[in-house]
Design a binder for this molecule. Structure first.
Ligand SMILES: Nc1ncnc2c1ncn2[C@@H]1O[C@H](COP(=O)(O)OP(=O)(O)OP(=O)(O)O)[C@@H](O)[C@H]1O
Ligand SMILES: [Mg+2]
Length: 197
């Protein structure tokens, strides 16, 4: 069983979006997947409930989780933990439970400044940064990758573009995975090799 925790101490960086898209990508690959929603706001659960009501149910279970559940998650090939911003105890529990930690962040210099404290907290676990909400044609992703790699931080090779249909995907099953399948492939490859991502 692999446990992937999606973590950032700040809000609105695409943690929940990444959890739902990666879970969808994993199901398409034939893996059994469960999403643990460790966010007291319950955004992933709300997504699942709204999708169900809209007649387009997510193809994986989303269940609420706390620090105790995360230590002993339900069995699945892949467990994805969606975490809240600003709850250090829940964030630490998700990091400790993880085979690999994924830190989504925007690619601007300000976004990177906001990501460093999270990267310090996850430094003792295999961690990879995912650049998200990148504007098409922007140089920022290249610059952000260089800045992070200079500091020894692993960066997923596929950046995720800012796309209107991603904003509209709440309450439905994502169709166009906007690169999240490649992201999942990289993460699974890194875990299989036993290499810190
Ligand atoms: N690739 C993308 N393109 C366009 N919009 C995006 C993309 N990824 C995420 N978003 C949007 O950004 C907003 C924040 O995303 P999301 O809720 O996933 O972040 P979060 O880190 O889980 O936030 P919170 O910390 O509040 O839980 C949402 O409106 C979402 O639709
Ligand atoms: Mg969220």
């Amino acid at each position: 069983m692999l446990v992937l925790s999606v973590v950032h101490t700040k809000g609105g960086v695409a943690k929940t979006t990444s959890a739902v898209y990666l879970a969808t990508a994993a199901v398409r690959r034939g893996l059994s997947v469960i999403v643990l929603d460790a966010d007291p706001q319950g955004s992933a659960l709300l997504w699942a409930d709204a999708a169900e009501r809209a007649g387009d149910p997510l193809p994986f279970p989303v269940v609420t989780a706390d620090a105790t559940t995360m230590v002993n998650p339900p069995d699945a090939d892949l467990v994805i933990i969606d975490t809240p911003p600003g709850y250090p105890a829940l964030i630490d529990a998700a990091i400790d439970a993880a085979s690999v930690v994924l830190v989504p962040t925007g690619a601007s210099p300000l976004d990177l400044m906001r990501a460093w404290p999270t990267l310090q907290v996850t430094a003792h676990r295999p961690t990879a940064v995912l650049l998200t909400q990148v504007m098409l044609g922007s140089k920022l992703a290249t610059e952000a990758r260089a800045a992070l790699e200079d500091e020894g931080v692993a960066v997923i090779g596929t950046p995720i573009l800012r796309r209107e249909h991603v904003r509209q995907a709440f309450a439905s099953v994502p169709r166009d995975l906007v690169g999240y399948d490649d992201v999942l492939g990289e993460l699974l490859g890194a875990i299989a090799e036993g290499v810190p991502a």
